[in-house]
Write a protein that binds this ligand. Structure first.
Ligand code: S3P
Length: 200
């Protein structure tokens, strides 16, 4: 099956790093949609939340996806609506262009699939893989981070993560495939997906 790969899952599930590794392995292009939102708004995600609010951020996510969907067969042209890119300049960690005709690994923000009709659009864009990690694993990975607007500024507990995860799980599990990542390294997850994709 010739398709793009879309990675969804909670914050800290490893979507960006796994996406990057997978793209590297397969020679695909890679884009992190949080990064596109930041470029589009010329602000960090944190600043967008603080200055414009979450509803505004969710609108941006939805607009980016709509544009991607419209240009499903030429995502690069869609990206050019948001960023002035050249093939050569695009080797940063959040955007890797290996060629105009390459397939894409698309990494999403943790909340993206659960708002509006985003999940539907993600499925049109590619094969959707849910990188599933338990609350314990996620908490261990992100507990020291302060730049997690959805989890509040005054710190968060494993229970907070568990609660949001439970709310979102119903949507996440509509993915085409679930990859269980607890106990695996990001390299290990990328390898597993690589094998899986080779057989698609
Ligand atoms: C969010 C996750 C973040 C980012 C924003 C909101 C969420 O992305 O989009 O802070 O609602 O879970 P990552 O999952 O890439 O950290």
């Amino acid at each position: 099956m010739k398709t793009n790969i879309v990675l969804i899952g909670f914050m800290g599930a490893g979507k960006t790093e796994v996406g990057r590794l997978l793209a590297e392995k397969r020679g695909y292009n890679f884009v992190d949609l949080d990064y596109i939102a930041e470029i589009r708004e010329s602000m960090t995600i944190n600043e967008i939340f603080k200055q414009k609010g979450e509803t505004y951020f969710r609108d941006i996510e939805n607009k980016i996806l709509k544009d991607f969907k419209k240009n499903k067969d030429n995502i690069l042209s869609s990206l050019k609506n948001f960023i002035p890119i050249t093939l050569a300049s695009s080797k940063s960690g959040n955007l890797i262009i290996n060629g105009e005709d390459k397939r894409w690994v698309i990494s999403t923000g943790g909340g993206m699939p659960v708002y509006k009709n985003n999940m539907e659009m993600l499925k049109i864009l590619g094969y959707v893989l849910y990188l599933k990690a338990g609350a314990k694993t996620i908490y261990r990975r992100i507990r020291s981070e302060k730049n997690r607007p959805v989890l509040g500024e005054s710190g968060f507990s494993e229970k907070d993560i568990k609660n949001i995860l439970e709310e979102r799980e119903n949507v996440y599990k509509k993915a085409d495939m679930i990859i269980y990542t607890d106990g695996l390294s990001q390299q290990g997850v990328a390898e597993e997906i690589d094998i899986f994709v080779s057989n698609l």
